[in-house]
Design a protein around this ligand. Structure first.
Ligand code: URA
Length: 187
């Protein structure tokens, strides 16, 4: 797949999930932002409102960003690998990810972020093409296509593991977001 060329088919022709949903969820935030956050796929609230990360996970993600001084309207562009909600919020299949990738690549090309944060394993695998535990790669800067990429825990995982103790996912993620803030201020 050529990452630069625009998709030559209509989205609804390619994405099978688009037959079973009410709204395609494309983005939220600033298309001129230096920071792009890529999640997995919309959930029920995201489909209802037509924006990514507006449900419980999204609220936590917003809070983590705001806590380190990142302006969620100005400094970030939010999107997902898959633009349609999978039935029962199941993980998107490999085929569904493949079908959606040309549109994600176009978003990356057009927004042209310096920094990309990959939220959860689906985004990590879709972009970096590696199967690895988030706990191994989280918080690390990785060079990808002339951009800096950092995987972080998915906020839905943090909601299930809310302990604020040092060394636990929540406090590790807070330090990851501090690194991200420092990086976007520096670039
Ligand atoms: N989880 C995601 O990965 N993306 C969303 O938009 C919402 C929840």
């Amino acid at each position: 797949m050529n990452k630069n060329s625009a998709p030559d088919k209509d989205f609804s022709e390619v994405c099978n999930l688009s037959n079973s949903i009410n709204k395609i969820v494309v983005s939220r935030g600033n298309p001129l932002a230096k920071l792009m956050i890529i999640g997995e796929a919309p959930g029920a609230k995201e489909e209802e409102l037509g924006e990514p990360f507006v449900g419980r996970s999204g609220k936590l993600l917003d809070k983590l960003l705001q806590n380190v001084g990142i302006d969620i309207n100005q400094d970030v562009y939010f999107c997902n690998v898959v633009k349609c909600r999978p039935p029962q919020n199941r993980r998107p299949t490999k085929a569904e990810i493949q079908e959606n990738l040309p549109w994600l690549y176009q978003q990356i090309k057009l927004v042209n972020p310096r920094v990309i944060v990959l939220v959860g394993a689906t985004a990590l695998e879709a972009i970096l093409k590696i199967k690895s535990r988030i706990s191994i790669l989280r918080g690390k800067w990785i060079d990808w296509e002339d951009r800096l990429v950092m995987p972080v825990f998915h906020p839905s995982y943090l909601l299930r593991n809310p302990s604020k103790e040092e060394g636990k996912p929540m406090s590790l993620t807070k330090s990851d977001f501090l690194k991200i803030k420092e990086k976007i201020d520096f670039l």
